[in-house]
Design a protein around this ligand. Structure first.
Ligand code: CP3
Length: 369
């Protein structure tokens, strides 16, 4: 299927908001919106393993569309995982029931040279993601934009060294303190792979990109400045440069450095980083984030995912507060992190509709003044 001649986009609200344009209402999507809280996704998972879904374009497309069919969302995000990059570099990853991802961890810094395939052909290894994106972009029929994504180098390195999720990340942080040279070598390899991967996602049809640095909060400001920020900046600028060179249109880019409040000023420097949108976790007040961003980027977030356990009236009120506090301009509503499997589709519906309802009302008030 050709990656050109895509259907015309009818709802580009999220792209407008990302670029700082005024919109009639606030766009909204949900991290992990295609996941196990949906009965139809659980049903799909009974028949296929997680990575089979990722690797089969028709199944990845089907999972991506599930939440779009149910809710009035303003974006789709391609069904995949950040760990497809370590896989493409030769590290085995399994999804283990009630554990999560388990990787064949790097046991020593010497293994960066011996086990990480730095010369791996990322585009060939991850061609299944591009095929899924092209198919999904067609199947969306222009309803909403399709977001592509990748893990940030430090977050990927953390999984490659820890082998699975960790409460402390002490193994990978030990590398940063004891083996900074090999750490930078690994981060460099990952950065190159991410730049290639994101560029090709746009070529295949992704209309917006998000980089997930979900483990950023484990770093303090000094280590973030050395081991994460420079690589995030290389990605933001590197992808843009690639797109320009190829004559492809640039797309809005979002960075999500979870729990890295200390870096918010630096991450909000659009000219320097290349990111139009900064995604926030729920532990920062809108007012504080707005002050640090200083009008330079659009903010995304940041309702506590656990607010979805509230009753529907309380949830509606919490959304109203969030939209009122962030304001309706330069804002994309989302949760502060991914939705959990035991949450209800009903609560997602309430969340999405409340964002639209309250932001429309707030805009109406403004216009009538
Ligand atoms: O948002 C979406 O709907 C798109 C798909 C998506 C998935 N993972 C699907 C998924 C996205 C954007 C991701 C990103 C991802 N994956 C991140 C960054 C965002 C974040 O949550 O911080 C991370 C750290 C991963 C790694 C990962 N993959 C973990 C930690 C887990 C286990 C989570 C769990 O609850 O067990 C996964 C598995 C995963 N990725 C699932 C889904 C739907 C559930 C696996 C299953 O179906 O069995």
């Amino acid at each position: 299927m050709a990656s050109t001649d895509f259907p015309k986009l009818t709802n580009d609200l999220i792209l407008q908001a990302a670029l700082g344009e005024k919109t009639s209402h606030v766009p909204v999507w949900v991290m992990r919106q295609a996941g196990r809280y949906l009965p139809e996704f659980r049903n799909l998972r009974q028949h296929h393993s997680f990575f089979d879904i990722c690797r089969t374009p028709e199944l990845a497309c089907e999972a991506t569309l599930m939440p779009i069919r149910r809710f009035d969302l303003d974006a789709a995000i391609i069904f995949s995982d950040i760990l497809v990059i370590p896989q493409a570099l030769g590290i085995d990853v399994k999804m283990v029931e009630s554990v999560g991802p388990v990787l064949e961890a790097l046991k020593s810094p010497a293994e960066v040279k011996s086990r990480v395939k730095a010369d791996s052909d990322i585009d060939q290894e991850l061609d299944y993601v591009y095929k899924a994106i092209t198919l999904t972009r067609h199947s969306l029929q222009g309803k909403v934009p399709l977001i592509g994504f990748a893990g940030a180098p430090f977050t990927l390195m953390a999984y490659m060294v820890e082998g699975q999720g960790s409460k402390t990340l002490s193994k990978v942080k030990k590398w940063l303190y004891q083996n900074p040279v090999e750490s930078h070598q690994l981060l460099d390899i990952l950065t190159g792979a991410v730049i290639t991967f994101l560029t090709s996602q746009v070529r295949a049809g992704a209309q917006m990109l998000q980089v997930f640095d979900s483990n950023a909060g484990f770093l303090g400001p000094t280590q973030f400045d050395e081991f994460s920020l420079p690589y995030l900046i290389k990605i933001g600028n590197g992808v843009r440069e690639n797109l320009r060179k190829e004559g492809l249109s640039e797309v809005p880019m979002t960075v999500f450095a979870k729990d890295a409040h200390y870096a918010l000023e630096k991450l909000s420097d659009r000219q320097h980083t290349g990111y139009d949108v900064v995604s926030l976790d729920w532990t920062i007040e809108a007012e504080v984030a707005r002050a640090k961003a200083a009008g330079r980027v659009t903010l995304q977030g940041n309702l506590d995912p656990c607010a979805l356990y509230s009753n529907q009236d309380d949830l509606d009120y919490l959304v109203e507060q969030m939209v009122t506090q962030f304001g309706t301009h330069r804002f994309i509503a989302n949760l502060g992190h991914g939705i959990y499997p035991d949450m209800t589709p009903e609560s997602v519906n309430t969340f999405v509709n409340a964002v639209h309802k309250h932001s429309r009302r707030l805009n109406g008030h403004k216009n009538s003044v």
